[in-house]
Write a protein that binds this ligand. Structure first.
Ligand code: NAD
Ligand code: DAU
Length: 337
């Protein structure tokens, strides 16, 4: 039986990953460690909270003693590190916590992996470490790291630490670099759920700049199947780009959401652009497709409908998430923009 420590498993992608494992991999036990920041939510564990192969622990990846205790107590063989501060806009206004969690937290997990001689460490990284593209080209695994935001700089720093622990201490690692995810349980600070939430409430939809920035979208379940492939089939030290070849301009994504919800395009408001905004991302995923035989199963056209329908069917989840500090965050980010 695999015994995994999954960090950040109460967040968006982490909770989708744990849900997939528990429903599809009976020979896998998951300890789910999450600090429950604003982005972590126990409601994201719906349906598997009490699964016998799942143990949730509230805690911080920077807490070395806790990590060691978990590894010993549950005989963990591998770590999959999703835990992070993940929102670019927040990293622009408050970068420090990004360094603490994304860099120091990853370092803490790497030290435990080394000291406890774990079998594998999988770092969930991002395509943003490569920087931005012009009209042409795609990121491959050999594209030089050139992060532009405090968020992506913290993720690139973590990637370099992972590599260094492999080189210096022989830690068996893999790094995955995925493009933009969307799907159920995504916090409405990110483009797609934010626009769905605003449209449902007939609020303005704040499109940064001209809205012609391009993101390469992947349905979250497909990201999770790719990570499972890496966890079970990748050779040590290999890095994999993950993406679905779904390049879309932001404005087109926003128009699609409005159309599906039957809301008018007059809700769109072009607002001041994000400082240092990356213009285009595009992922060349041929390595994982050819070497690990992975492929995405959900097209963007299917995925966006599934996602909108999920938010419509889970209005309570959305209402709970946007209660509390969310409005304060929203006002600080969007008022007077
Ligand atoms: P998220 O913000 O939804 O979730 C992050 C989770 O980590 C939350 O549950 C939070 O409580 C937890 N966390 C934060 N700090 C912690 C700490 N110090 N200790 C323990 N837990 C902590 O993020 P997400 O969108 O699910 O992203 C997950 C990972 O995937 C991140 O590492 C991110 O960089 C990466 N990634 C995200 C995307 C995307 O489109 N969302 C794409 C590629 C890669
Ligand atoms: O590419 C992978 C990355 O994708 C992940 O590593 C990050 O964790 C994740 O947050 C995401 O980063 P982005 O900055 O691309 O995602 P976000 O949803 O914040 O923005 C998507 C695009 O939409 C981006 O060009 C900015 C724009 N945008 C976003 C928001 C929140 C708007 O125009 N208006 C908005 O209100």
């Amino acid at each position: 039986m695999r015994k995994l420590l999954v960090t950040g498993g109460a967040g968006f992608i982490g909770s989708n990953f744990v849900r997939m494992i528990l429903s599809e991999q009976p020979d896998c036990f998951v300890v789910n460690l999450d600090k429950l920041t604003y982005a972590g939510n126990l409601e994201n564990l719906a349906g598997f909270e009490n699964n016998k192969n799942h143990k949730f622990i509230k805690g911080d990846i920077c807490d070395a003693k806790l990590i060691e205790r978990i590894i010993d107590e549950f005989k963990i063989d591998s770590i999959v590190n999703f835990a992070a501060e993940s929102h670019v806009d927040r990293s622009i206004s408050e970068p420090k916590i990004f360094i603490e969690t994304n860099v120091t937290g990853t370092l803490t997990l790497l030290e435990a992996t080394r000291d406890k001689k774990l079998r594998q460490f999988v770092q969930i990284s991002t395509d943003e470490v490569y920087g931005a593209l012009g009209r042409e080209g795609m990121f491959t695994e050999d594209t030089p790291l050139s992060p532009n935001s405090p968020y992506s700089a913290s993720k690139a720093s973590a990637d370099l630490l992972v590599r260094a622990f492999g080189h210096t201490f022989g830690v068996q690692y893999n790094i995955t670099r995925c493009s933009n995810n969307y799907g159920p349980y995504q916090f409405p600070e990110k483009l797609i759920p934010l626009m769905i939430n605003n449209a449902l409430n007939d609020k303005q939809l704040p499109v940064y700049g001209d809205g012609m920035q391009i993101r390469d979208w992947l349905y979250v379940y497909d990201h999770c199947t790719a990570i499972w492939k890496v966890l079970t089939e990748a050779a040590p030290g290999e890095i994999y780009n993950i993406g679905g070849c779904n390049e879309k301009a932001n404005i087109d994504v926003v128009r699609l959401i409005l159309g599906r919800l039957g809301k008018p395009e007059s809700l769109i408001k072009h607002v001041t652009d994000r400082p240092g905004h990356d213009r285009r991302y595009a992922i060349d995923a041929s390595k994982i497709i050819n070497k690990l035989n992975w492929k995405p199963s959900v097209s963007f056209e299917q995925g966006i409908v599934k996602t909108i329908d999920w938010y419509l069917a889970n209005r309570n989840w959305l209402a709970n998430v946007v209660s509390g500090d969310y409005q304060k965050y929203y006002d600080s980010m969007y008022k007077n923009r």
